[in-house]
Structures are given as structure tokens and as C-alpha cells.
Design a protein around this ligand. Structure first.
Ligand code: ADP
Ligand code: MG
Length: 605
């Protein structure tokens, strides 16, 4: 039989390698930014269009490439960063595999312009699917510009697999933030569809953190510093009272490379142990410097995982350093010498505190409702049969285990409704129904009610809003602001009104009727977190996530005492819902117990 093994052509091998290196537009962003940093750039621009699906361009002022290097850079295993195997254990650059450009060029249209300071003319190379289309001399500035267009144009399956623009942009923002945090001395700008997302000037770490995550972050930071033989630790954690419900903002950098490491994360969390209540996560930005010999970065192609020689010692040092700093902070406010003067409030504004006047607002007040309607807490649009018959209707729809004879008659006796509910343990509402008893979980039931109301508002597109007496200023990070801009219409459709949305602040002038002023910040934060973390796929579900998030935040909590009227109202509303039996998150909202079952307990048969 003849031989059957042959070497794959380069472009095929490159495409296969690309599968490992480039999962999504954000992977390209990471590789290009890292190349710019390795080229010692001090100023880096990132430009993307349509979440990177149309264009990802990185322009740097780094050392550039010679004509030959420019051409070679697209070859597989072409790197200037290591020469021999031993170099792997002494890495001072981000890249070293020499795979990124070859992979990217295999699955996109790439335009490279590059020039070294010593030469007058630069090089311009066009390459598509590993094929060089043209190479010529060109006038260009010092440094390198790489434009990656139409990613995955030749792998439709991968292209179709990409998520919505919101999600892909989020991944890109994450990569950008990691790189920008690791290199505060480098200035970065980031444009998406011609909008400036970030414009970060060269600064120190604290300023960089604040520039990325919003000015309210500044007061929250506790500096961390420790130098030992094995590791040098620098950075910040946030004060325990600012811990978040989600673990969004946790950054570890080892030798300026962003990494994920569950073990070290545990060290940090455990340093906070008694200071945080369950379900809260500290925010941190920690920079570890370790000897290059003591780590192995080689174990993962996308390189967010690394292996340490002596993790146990690192764990102990990290934990005690953070504990120590938190302890100091608890005793006395930490003197922060890193704080730079430029950060302080400009003179003229020093005395203008931007605190919001505390105004007592009636959360139930709704200017759009007539007097008698105001006692009802939630906006209503649908004609509701919100009477006790509706309970019957609701149960009927659900076809719950009620014997078929009783389904066609009223489930309820003739007694007055408000004598029929009872709250137990500030948690369940109990009511008698004709076939027995119903137990309703107040929190979950209210989630269902609010969820449907929000969805209805969203679809009706004329939400009920209460005007704030004084517009409320809330600051957010730039990336959160761009997310808010994206979902602005949706927010308006549930009742938020914005006076303005600035670079790092939003000014809210109206809020949904069922929210109180003091809840706004936390609700919007929660909403953003949910959108960032929860998004399953298509953009249509964004409204759904929003409705769920708001319902979750606003539902009556377990432990709240409800008076008879509130109980009755909740029960009424629940059973006029389209799907009363489940919370928006799929949990059972009520259970029924048949009279037969009760009879059985008494052996009354
Ligand atoms: P690696 O970064 O692992 O070496 P890449 O494929 O990312 O591999 O890049 C290949 C080579 O191209 C690099 O080693 C570097 O010499 C050169 N290069 C890539 N990007 C730049 C840039 N922005 N400026 C200067 N040189 C670059
Ligand atoms: Mg590289």
C-alpha cells in the first residue's frame, strides 16, 4: 500500500493553530496589545468596529519592524522573543510562541504598516488568509499599525458562533482593562464605532484604576505592599464595606501578566474572612513580582494560567500581607503617599460637595395615577380580573392537582377575601381555597408579579416613572457607562429617565414607580452585573434579563411583615399573572394541599 501521510500545507496548519489562539475578537485584541507592549510602545490605540467583527486595529509607537521582519512576523513560530529552549524560563515579554500573527493572518484580512525610527520609509503588507496580497514601501509614522478585518471570514462556522455585539464587546473591554491596568505608565485610547470608550493618560496605578473603574473607586482603595525574597506584592484591595455581590473586579498580575488563579484568590478572600458577610467578594488589583525562573507560563495556550514553584509560600505571604493592611486600615485611615495631587478635587470645587439632598419620597406615589389608584403599588396596564375569581382562573390555567370536579366551580368559599389570608413567619401567605390550602412564598410570588409587570411595561413602551425632586448623580466606570448607553432605551422603557449620561456619571431624573431613591444605585449596579454575567445569547433576552434583575432586586423580601391588604393584593396579582406557579428564575411560587391530604392526616376517612 502506498504512503498516506503528508504534511499539511502551511495555511491549513495556521488555521488549525488559529483555533487555539483566536477564540473571539477579544483574543486578537489581547495578542495585538501585548505585541505593542513587547515593542516598548508608550502610546497605544485600539480601534474596533462592530465588536471587533468588522475591524480590530492596534496602533503603537513602539520600535517597529524592518522590512524583512515585517514579512517574517506572519510566519508560524516566527518570534524575536526567544531563541532557545532555556529562554522559556527567563521570559520578560508577553509573547514568545510566535503564533499570534500567523494565526490571525490565516483567518482574517490583515493590513500591517510598520516603521523603525532609523529608516525613512516603512513597510506596508496586505495579507488575506495567509496569502500575501501586496508588500510595498510606505510613508508611515514610527511604530506599528495592524488592522485585522473580517475576522473568521473564511471559517463561517466560527463567525456564526460569535455572540452578540454586547457580549463580544464585553470580552474586548475585559482584555483591554487587564492590559491597561497592568501598564499604567503606557497611555491607551480605545474607540468603538468611533466612540471614545477610554482615553487613559500615562499615570500611576491608583490613577489608572480610577480612570478605568470610575472616580468613586478612589476612596475605596487600600494599598498593599510587601517585599520578600520570594515575591514582591503591590497593588490595592478595596475596603471590606465596598465588597461586591459578584466577583467581577478581581485582578491578579504576575510579572505584569494578567492571570487567573483560584488558589491565590482564596488567599485574598480568606484574608477578608470575618470582614465580609457570605456571598460578598472583595475587589482587588494585585501585582506579584516573582523571579521568572520560578514560574511556568507555558501550560495554557491563552496564558491566563501559570504555575508557581512554591504556591504554598505565596499563599501565606499574600494572605498575611492583606490581613495586615486591612488591619492597619481598620485602626486608622491609611496614609496614602501614592496619592498624587492632580487627583484632588480642583480648588474651585473643593467646597461644593455633591451629596444628594435626602428627600423623603413616597415610593408609591405615581403622578400619572388618579387618587384612588395610588393605593395600588405597581403600574398596571392590562385589564386585570384581579378579584378572587382570578385565583380560580390562575389555578385553572395551571391545571394543578385539583380534582376535576372542583375545577369548574369556584375554588373559594363565599367568605370575604381579606379574611382568607394569613402570613406565617413573615415568609408565606396562607389562604384557604375550596380544595384545601394554598401556601404562597411571598418573595418568589412578588418576583413573578414584578417580572410580568416589567415585561409588560417594556412591551407597552410607556413605563410609569416618578420624577425625582432633585436629579441624582451616580458615577460609574467608563465601560459601565457605555453599557448603560447601550441599554438606555430599555432602562427608559421600565421607567428610568436620564437627564444626561456623561463620561463617568449618569444623572437620573426619573425612576420606576416601585423603586425608592435610595435603591437606585444598587439596582443599577446589580442590573449591570446581571447583564455582564448572565447573558445567554441573543439581544432580545436583554430585556428579559433586565426584567428579571429588577424583579429580583425589588421583590418583597422574606422576613417582611405584610398587612392584610398587602397580602391580599399580592395574592390577587400573582394569580392574574400569565404564569403564576413559577418565579422568573423557575422556582415554585406556591404549593397547595388538598383537603383530602389534610383529612388523611386525621384518619378521617
Ligand atoms: P510573539 O509575540 O509570540 O513573538 P507574534 O506572532 O505575536 O509572536 O509576533 C511575531 C513577531 O512579530 C514578534 O516576535 C515581534 O518581533 C514582531 N511584532 C509583532 N507585533 C509587533 C509590533 N507591534 N511592533 C514590533 N514588532 C512586532
Ligand atoms: Mg505576540
Amino acid at each position: 500500500m502506498s504512503d498516506i501521510i503528508q504534511l499539511l500545507p502551511d495555511h491549513v496548519a495556521n488555521q488549525i493553530a488559529a483555533g487555539e489562539v483566536v477564540q473571539r475578537p477579544a483574543s486578537v485584541v489581547k495578542e495585538l496589545l501585548e505585541n505593542a507592549i513587547d515593542a516598548n510602545a508608550t502610546d497605544i490605540k485600539l480601534i474596533i468596529k462592530e465588536a471587533g467583527k468588522i475591524l480590530i486595529q492596534v496602533i503603537d509607537n513602539g520600535k517597529g519592524m524592518s522590512q524583512t521582519d515585517a514579512r517574517l512576523s506572519f510566519e508560524r513560530h516566527a518570534t524575536s522573543k526567544i531563541k532557545k529552549a532555556e529562554d522559556l524560563f527567563n521570559l520578560h515579554t508577553k509573547g514568545f510562541r510566535g503564533e499570534a500573527l500567523a494565526s490571525i493572518a490565516a483567518i482574517a484580512h490583515v493590513d500591517l504598516k510598520t516603521k523603525q525610527a532609523a529608516t525613512d520609509l516603512g513597510t506596508y503588507i496586505k495579507i488575506e488568509g495567509s496569502t500575501i496580497i501586496s508588500q510595498e514601501n510606505t510613508a508611515t509614522s514610527n511604530g506599528t499599525s495592524i488592522a485585522v478585518k473580517n475576522l473568521f471570514y473564511n471559517i463561517p462556522a466560527r463567525r456564526n458562533f460569535l455572540k452578540s455585539n454586547t457580549i463580544e464587546t464585553r470580552h474586548i473591554v475585559n482584555e483591554f482593562q487587564r492590559v491597561a491596568l497592568a501598564h499604567p505608565q503606557i497611555s491607551f485610547t480605545f474607540y468603538h464605532n468611533e466612540n471614545e470608550i477610554y482615553n487613559l493618560i500615562s499615570s500611576n496605578l491608583r490613577q489608572r484604576i480610577v480612570a478605568i473603574l470610575g472616580k468613586k473607586t478612589n476612596e475605596k482603595l487600600v494599598p498593599i505592599k510587601e517585599v520578600t525574597d520570594v515575591v514582591e506584592i503591590n497593588g490595592f484591595v478595596t475596603k471590606p464595606e465596598f465588597a461586591k455581590k459578584k466577583r467581577g473586579e478581581q485582578f491578579f498580575f504576575v510579572n505584569d501578566r494578567f492571570i487567573k488563579n483560584a488558589y491565590l484568590n482564596h488567599a485574598v478572600t480568606s484574608a477578608f474572612e470575618s470582614l465580609l458577610s457570605g456571598g460578598y467578594y472583595p475587589t482587588y488589583f494585585l501585582f506579584l513580582k516573582v523571579p521568572t525562573k520560578s514560574i511556568d507560563i507555558n501550560i495554557h495556550p491563552t496564558k491566563t494560567e501559570i504555575k508557581f514553584d512554591d504556591e504554598k509560600t505565596l499563599y501565606a505571604i499574600l494572605r498575611s500581607t492583606i490581613k495586615h493592611s486591612l488591619g492597619q486600615y481598620n485602626v486608622a485611615p491609611v496614609l496614602d503617599f501614592e496619592r498624587s495631587a492632580s487627583f484632588d478635587t480642583p480648588y474651585g470645587y473643593k467646597d461644593k460637595k455633591s451629596t444628594t439632598p435626602r428627600v423623603q419620597v413616597d415610593p408609591n406615589f405615581n403622578p400619572f395615577k388618579s387618587e384612588e389608584q395610588r393605593s395600588i403599588q405597581f403600574p398596571y396596564k392590562r385589564e386585570k380580573t384581579a378579584q378572587w375569581e382570578s385565583l380560580y382562573t390562575g389555578l385553572d390555567i395551571q391545571n394543578i392537582e385539583v380534582e376535576s370536579e372542583t375545577v369548574n366551580t369556584s375554588l373559594f368559599s363565599e367568605e370575604k377575601p381579606n379574611s382568607k389570608t394569613y402570613q406565617i413567619h413573615n415568609k408565606y401567605i396562607v389562604s384557604s381555597i375550596k380544595s384545601g390550602i394554598v401556601y404562597i412564598n411571598q418573595h418568589l410570588a412578588h418576583q413573578r408579579v414584578l417580572y410580568e409587570e416589567f415585561l409588560e411595561n417594556i412591551t407597552v413602551k410607556e413605563a410609569m416613572s416618578q420624577q425625582l425632586l432633585f436629579p441624582l448623580e451616580i458615577s460609574f466606570s467608563k465601560s459601565d457607562i457605555s453599557l448603560i448607553k447601550e441599554i438606555k432605551e430599555d432602562l427608559e422603557s421600565v421607567g428610568f429617565l436620564f437627564d444626561s449620561i456623561l463620561d463617568d456619571t449618569i444623572v437620573v431624573k426619573g425612576i420606576p414607580v416601585n423603586i425608592t431613591e435610595s435603591q437606585i444605585t444598587i439596582i443599577i449596579e446589580q442590573l449591570l452585573e446581571d447583564i455582564k454575567n448572565d447573558i445567554p445569547d441573543a439581544s432580545f433576552s436583554q430585556l428579559d434579563i433586565m426584567a428579571k434583575s429588577l424583579a429580583k432586586s425589588l421583590a418583597i423580601k422574606t422576613g417582611s411583615k405584610l398587612d392584610l391588604k398587602e397580602q391580599e393584593e399580592l395574592v390577587n396579582k400573582l394569580f392574574s399573572c400569565k404564569q403564576p406557579d413559577l418565579s422568573p428564575f423557575g422556582k415554585t411560587t406556591f404549593v397547595t394541599i388538598n383537603i383530602d391530604e389534610i383529612d388523611k392526616k386525621f384518619n378521617n376517612y
